[in-house]
Design a protein around this ligand. Structure first.
Ligand code: IPM
Ligand code: MG
Length: 357
């Protein structure tokens, strides 16, 4: 009997719909190989949701996500909505969803595909073999801290972490390290911020339960520098919400294109899987977006939410094979392209390999 998996699908804005469609194409190809029955439920979030309902995160979307086994998400946002009040902006929809679903742990793995090593702006020797994970706390810190205010003459936000919040993300980081190279580098700004001193103390406490894992600490400014100086020194980078936001964008360039990197946000019952890039409104609708990050996010969904390790591997192998054979979207066309492909062509090649491998 087919295994049923209920997937809430949020395509979002800009290139979101195009790239999510390709991930669904690949999932459908996989479904026939493994006898999976994927049931998709399409839901609105972001600017498009605001345009239709007046709310970037309609209640129906929250309910639909809570009923699903996992959420596959594209991207949201665009200039069109930039002048809305904060709570109406597309980004607020995503932040509220993360919070509603308790998705406090954000996995942002950075791996270099050998075929694309030249695509990195960094030297080959520096990036070759990089395999790191940014473990970003996602539902706390300055993104959510109260009080917050934007007044006439001043504005402020609050960077706050409770013990419980640090303990749970630190555990997630150490657990991830146990499955990897057993090294955690906790990134903070403890030379200036009390909240970071606190973070550091709690991380030290949690570390006691993981004697096999080597723990180090680094200030965030230094970490930003070390990521481009010698990224191979990192295994798991454990950090708070805003530092993780910044460092993961920086780390993505190690791989050559932000269009390649997936992410998983977990913690609550239902995980959310999305590319780390944004909605790229400037190229939306042109069929040139790179769907690989979203397809790789679908692989993470299979692994994390459904425990379908071999199916996840299969998608990742298909991506590698397509790159090896020289199929490229425009963003990476300068690096070993045999054929420059549209968004849908790349999706179709990956889907084909998924069935063939
Ligand atoms: C990300 C994005 C979001 C964030 C935005 C869209 C709210 O940059 O997922 O990294 O800052 O978390
Ligand atoms: Mg970001």
């Amino acid at each position: 009997m087919a295994k049923v998996y209920k997937i809430a699908v949020i395509k979002g804005d800009g290139i979101g719909p195009e790239i999510v469609d390709e991930a669904i194409k690949v999932l459908d190809a996989l479904a026939s190989v493994y006898d999976f029955d994927f049931r998709y439920n399409e839901l609105l979030m972001g600017g498009n949701a605001y345009d239709i309902t007046g709310d970037p995160l309609p209640q129906e979307t929250i309910d639909g996500c809570k009923e699903a086994d996992a959420i596959l998400f594209g991207a949201i946002g665009g200039e069109k909505w930039d002048n809305l009040p904060r709570e109406k902006r597309p980004e607020s929809g995503l932040l509220r969803l993360r919070s509603e679903l308790d998705l406090y742990a954000n996995y942002r793995p950075v791996k270099v595909y050998d075929e694309l090593i030249e695509a990195s702006t960094l030297k080959k020797e520096v990036v070759e073999g990089v395999d790191l994970l940014v473990m970003r706390e996602l539902t706390g810190g300055i993104y959510f801290g109260q009080p917050r205010e934007k007044g006439e003459n001043k504005a402020f936000n609050t960077m706050v972490y409770s013990k419980e919040e640090v303990v749970r993300i630190a555990k997630e980081g150490f657990e991830a390290a146990m499955r990897r190279d057993k090294r955690v580098c906790s990134v903070d700004k403890a030379n200036v911020l009390e909240v970071s001193q606190f973070w550091r103390e709690i991380v030290e406490e949690v570390a006691e339960a993981y004697p096999e894992v080597t723990l180090s600490h680094m200030y965030v400014d230094n970490a930003a520098m070390q990521l481009v100086r010698n990224p191979k020194q990192f295994d798991v980078i454990l950090t708070g919400n805003i530092f993780g936001d910044i460092l993961s964008d920086e780390a993505s360039m190690i791989s050559g294109s932000i269009g390649l990197l997936p992410s998983a946000s977990v913690g609550g019952r239902v995980g959310l899987y999305e590319p780390i890039h944004g909605s790229a409104p400037d190229i939306a609708g042109q069929g040139i977006a790179n769907p690989i990050a979203t397809i790789a996010s679908a692989a993470m969904m299979l692994r994390f939410s459904f425990g379908e390790e071999s199916a996840a591997d299969r998608i990742e192998q298909a991506i590698e094979q397509v790159l090896r054979e020289g199929y490229r979207t425009r963003d990476i066309a300068d690096y070993g392209a045999k054929e420059i492909c549209s968004t849908t062509e790349i999706g179709s090649y990956i889907a084909e390999y998924v069935s063939k491998i």
